[in-house]
Design a protein around this ligand. Sequence first.
Ligand code: ATP
Ligand code: MG
Length: 140
Amino acid sequence: MATERTFSIIKPDATARNLTGKIAAKLEDAGLRIVASKRVHWNEAQAKKFYEVHAERPFYNDLVSFMTSGPIVLQVLEGENAIAKNREVMGATNPEEAAAGTIRKEFAENIERNSVHGSDSAENAQIEIDLNFTADEIVG
Ligand code: ATP
Ligand code: MG
């Protein structure tokens, strides 16, 4: 298995409820190493750019409003199979469908306010990392 990097966001619903440490612990317990981390507050242009793949979806404007509604924590996670492992520990997009023990099952409020983002492919992980971090901000 290859060591990979993936991109993660702790979303505004989770920072509002002071859950950043509990979520980071779940990621670390799953064997993922947080090799970069910063807390930011996106403006509309930043959220629109990040989620532009969803621009045609009916939930796009609400998603942009939500992601700019409060602080978020951007992270790069490293580990064996990091992309799939992160998706596994996150759980299904809709918390009602998420497996027991996953971040979304334990913490998400609903399908939109679902506490975390994780890259869905190696290609998107690289794009999302490059969009949010400079090389010197990632320390493995
Ligand atoms: P993410 O990309 O955040 O890791 P995901 O890959 O599980 O989540 P996507 O289909 O990429 O889900 O949707 C991106 C985000 O848009 C979701 O995490 C959620 O916040 C929001 N979203 C997705 N589907 C809906 C929906 N039907 N209604 C409202 N918001 C939604
Ligand atoms: Mg996605």
